[in-house]
Design a protein around this ligand. Sequence first.
Ligand code: BYC
Length: 471
Amino acid sequence: MAIDYAERIPNNVNLAENRRPQRALEQWQPGFQKWWAEMGPAGFQEREVYLRTATSVDAQGWASFGYVKMPDYRWGIFLAEAERDRTIAFGDHKGEPAWQEIPGEYRGALRRLIVTQGDTEPASVEQQRQLGRTSPSLYDLRNLFQVNVEEGRHLWAMVYLLHAYFGRDGREEADALLQRRSGNADNPRILGAFNEQTPDWLSFLMFTFFTDRDGKYQLASLAESAFDPLSRTCRFMLTEEAHHMFVGETGIGRVVQRTCELMKEHDTEEVGRYGGIDLKLMQKYLNFHYSVSLDLFGAELSTNAANYFSMGLKGRFNEQARDDDHQLKNSQYTITQVDDLRIVQKEQPALLALNETLRDAYIADCARGVGRWNKVIKTAGINFELTLPHRGFHRAIGDCAAVKVTPEGQIITEAEWDAHHGRWLPTEAEREFVGTLMKGATEPGKFAGWIAPPARGINHQGIDFEYVKLG
Ligand code: BYC
């Protein structure tokens, strides 16, 4: 379905015939623009950036690339095509027609899910706002900005639902989404990982690999929702999310490649003095971003998650492909828990263990990506493997938050943790060192010395294409 760009708010939801949400969104729009000006990418707002814009929501709709100044990006509301006669795939309402309106008794729970999801989108833009000046290349700079404008659009996706379906409460929540700030002591973003800093490009690439991947799993679960507009908006968001994870996976792959080149050239594991990032240091960054992203799935046992599922609001990853009763009232699931200072596997009611079920799918996906990085190392003939730490390592949410766990999965004392965590997580000095490598590259085709160029450019353009016009 084509998107109407003649409208003040581009959309494929027939907004013009829906006066009330249209007016509410038009009132919200200046606040969004003000937020973007204040909290969007610092500098570069007047630069022409080679961005893609959706022209329709089918596969061909992504073909539109062109130079845009970020404040002129056409943020709008795009839902995937409706599925005819869609029925609910899980929970107490399994088999009933999907909802076009929200049943009154589920409004509160659904609003909370939409607000939590919506809150992460502007948060990530805020976290990344200083990175433009230290981009390793124009290619990477363009990718950062593509991610940023699309996170802005994801905020629009959630705000549309709030305005169109939640009345005054929804409008208030939409305003609050523009008021919270990542890392702010008084009014922080909702989820922990979105209040961490993204101070350098290694963090950014790890974030897009690990944290955006949480987005993939959460959005895929919400795409199963009985509430059809939420399902459709998440399905379209997932097509955007894929590029963000591509940025992370190929980005870290390129850092790994460059490090391997430097290791071979100088016959050493310590490539810092040659302007590279040691594999051991990359492992520490990986440990950090993976563990804070694991927290985003919530506690192992969650009555919230059970209720969301039974109500039909949030399903499992690939719900429809699963071969079970999709209600889980009598099923068990094995989860990892802490019992008497030991980490154990326990059978628990599957309905309560849905956060852990989703986390398991995520972990398997992360492991596949790490495997691809390890192939780069192996191909270079280097004997080193990056690994995912134990799921209990460095956790702030869930059972393991109460104990200290090593990357290998041993519970240790607080004192042992204090003495050793510098071996597993980046130290202040190491973060500072990575910071010293971050010097902006501003010429087309030039890349910083700590990262290899990509295999190919964006949209069939060369690697030396002028992805952002700085002149
Ligand atoms: N930080 O019952 P539990 C993305 C709270 S990323 C702080 O286990 P539940 C993106 C929880 O609220 C995807 N607090 O929680 C990526 C609860 O509070 P109450 C974002 C947390 O509800 C990159 C209490 O602890 N989308 O899109 O089962 C760039 C008990 O926990 C955290 C979503 O997350 C935390 N990490 O599960 C841009 C999807 N975790 O009730 C974007 C929507 C839990 O005691 N959200 N708490 O006051 C959800 O599905 C669920 O809210 C959660 C939490 C899975 C997050």
